[in-house]
Design a binder for this molecule. Structure first.
Ligand SMILES: N[C@@H](CCC(=O)N[C@@H](CS)C(=O)NCC(=O)O)C(=O)O
Length: 328
């Protein structure tokens, strides 16, 4: 069955981070993200710090390669025809959405947005952050809103829940899922960010990634590499950590991950019980975004419970169902 959607109806989120579109080094303004913009000699140098994460250099990851390609849901079985994700490749919020799409095997196109010009997002008049998901003619903004929207629309998600019975959305379970999803957006992302800029070396590693996976022209790329790492290191130390009350970023990351596995996952396989719920996918997405960085390696070494849960999630999520064949 196909549903007719209103053209580009926007589902705007009221709970999104308050970063401005031309964000963040207005770092004082609400950089809750891996993304920032700095001004260098009049050039508006926006760098997806989301970049943070995935260096194209596939450094040995403390996980096994379990990402078998999962069979994608045939488009015919879905209530829509075309799914396009506008993203910065390693933006943690975009990675939440990719985890969701991959988990359900929904085929999707990816448009890598140039963070300087945002030319690819001209169609979006008021909302200038990523991720944006366009499904046929409908635009959905904000990672958590997108995940919820997909959960309602993608039949396999519902079937999975019915079949197993353990993931029933009782109000208690929904509350738990909501609580931890909020924790990811309000806390976890902000703990991961300063970790990837913890030292100048780590900040440079992060920005090396941008030069490989981000959508920059040659000049933007060089500028981003040179100024991005230093800027983000300083911003992270002087602004982000203070804003989120973080002293020792590694220590707090480990403690947050232990909190996640103890309180959210508990004695179960997942926060969602025997199946992942949206909170599992959100935490997984944020971690997968940084999987080639020292932060991730340290976290897996220091938090064995998280490593076990992450491996379980890797199997559940499977390979990327994006149409360009690039792994997430
Ligand atoms: N609450 C939003 C936050 C999205 C967000 O802040 N995205 C960053 C990239 S990581 C962004 O687009 N910042 C604006 C910019 O780069 O200009 C969500 O969950 O989707």
């Amino acid at each position: 069955m196909r549903t007719a959607y209103a053209p580009h109806r926007q589902i705007a989120s009221s709970r999104g981070f308050a970063t401005s579109a031309v964000s963040s080094v207005r770092a004082t303004g609400g950089v809750a993200t891996f993304g920032f913009t700095s001004r260098t000699k009049g050039v508006n140098l926006a760098v997806s710090t989301a970049a943070i994460a995935t260096s194209a250099v596939a450094t040995a990851v403390a996980t096994t390669n379990t990402t078998e390609t999962k069979e994608a849901i045939p488009m015919d079985a879905l209530p829509f025809d075309k799914v396009t994700l506008y993203q910065y490749d390693v933006c943690p919020f975009c990675n939440k959405v990719k985890a969701m799409l991959d988990f359900h095997g929904v085929p999707y196109d990816v448009v890598e947005v140039n963070p300087l010009t945002k030319g690819e997002m001209k169609f979006s008049k008021d909302y200038k952050k990523v991720p944006i998901l366009v499904v046929d003619d409908e635009q959905i903004n904000n990672s958590s809103e997108i995940m919820r929207w997909l959960e309602e629309k993608v039949p396999s998600a519902m079937q999975l829940k019915k079949k197993n019975g353990t993931n029933k959305s009782t109000s208690k379970q929904s509350e738990k899922e909501l609580l931890w999803m909020k924790w990811v957006d309000d806390r976890f992302v902000h703990v991961v960010t300063p970790n990837i800029y913890r030292t100048l070396g780590e900040a440079f590693d992060s920005f090396d990634y941008i030069t490989v996976r981000g959508n920059f022209n040659f000049f933007e790329r060089q500028a981003a590499r040179l100024s991005g790492a230093v800027s983000m290191y300083l911003i992270s130390q002087n602004v982000l950590k203070k804003r989120h009350g973080i002293e020792d970023e590694r220590k707090e990351l480990f403690s947050d991950l232990n909190k996640w596995t103890t309180e959210a996952v508990g004695g179960n396989a997942f926060c969602g019980g025997s199946n992942p719920n949206l909170a599992d996918l959100a935490v997984f997405g944020v971690l997968r975004a940084v999987k080639t960085f020292q932060t991730f390696e340290d976290a897996m070494a220091e938090c064995p419970e998280t490593k076990t849960w992450y491996k379980r999630m890797e199997i559940e999520v499977g390979g990327a169902s994006r149409s360009d064949g690039i792994e997430n």
